[in-house]
Design a protein around this ligand. Sequence first.
Ligand code: IPE
Ligand code: IPE
Ligand code: MG
Length: 245
Amino acid sequence: MNHISDWEKASAQAVLPRHLGIIMDGNGRWAKKRGLPRTAGHTAGAANFKKITRYCASIGIPYLTVYAFSTENWKRPSDEIQALMGIFKQYLEEALRDFLNENIRVRFIGDVSVFEGNLRELITRTEEVSADKTGMVLNIAMNYGGRAELTHAVRLLAEQVKQSSLLPEQITEEMISQHLYTAGQPDPDLILRPSGEYRISNFLLWQSAYAEYIIMDKLWPDFTTNDLDSALWEFSNRNRRFGGI
Ligand code: IPE
Ligand code: IPE
Ligand code: MG
């Protein structure tokens, strides 16, 4: 049996994550290595995002969450932020034009109310137009932070307590999950971080309690479908115990 068919056989037996998270990191370093402005890295990163997203949908991953812009990324210079907003708009315009032919449901997680009107409108339209898709759910995390998400959930629950519809001792883990942006979705099984950084950077803090992590020493624009395959293969060989034995 040759190598390819071994691999095909192996991947057919692999356990796919139900929910995959990707921290799309390393765009700036990718550009710097090439003597280009950081924004060129973001453009290359956005192109790769489209490729990897389609691939995830094609192999049958049910939920994919990508980290596109964190609540802390506002600390960056305003010209970089402006460039990122331009890239987001361009992506969504393209998505509304052709990406929606694909069977992918796009949702946004994070506080998107702060974005300027035109971008907000594109976000709303993309969610509306793809709402009845039955394939992969794609969560795009924009102005997302795990702590901000938990703070938002706590406020919603506190409001119910204030209105006497809930007692503090009635608050359950399940209720907290149901007040996060990812309500109703399974927790991530696998979180990938290209760019070689060993940190979570405020991504899916509550939901990742038992996620497997794979850190890869590749910058996001260089991350390929083969890299994803090898991460999925590693994941499927991990022994997940969830606190048991
Ligand atoms: C990730 O790439 C994109 C965003 C955070 C918006 P970076 O811009 O963080 O790239 P590095 O980490 O500086 O290389
Ligand atoms: C995490 O990357 C956020 C996104 C990829 C959108 P960062 O580049 O912001 O994270 P740190 O600053 O290295 O922790
Ligand atoms: Mg970074």
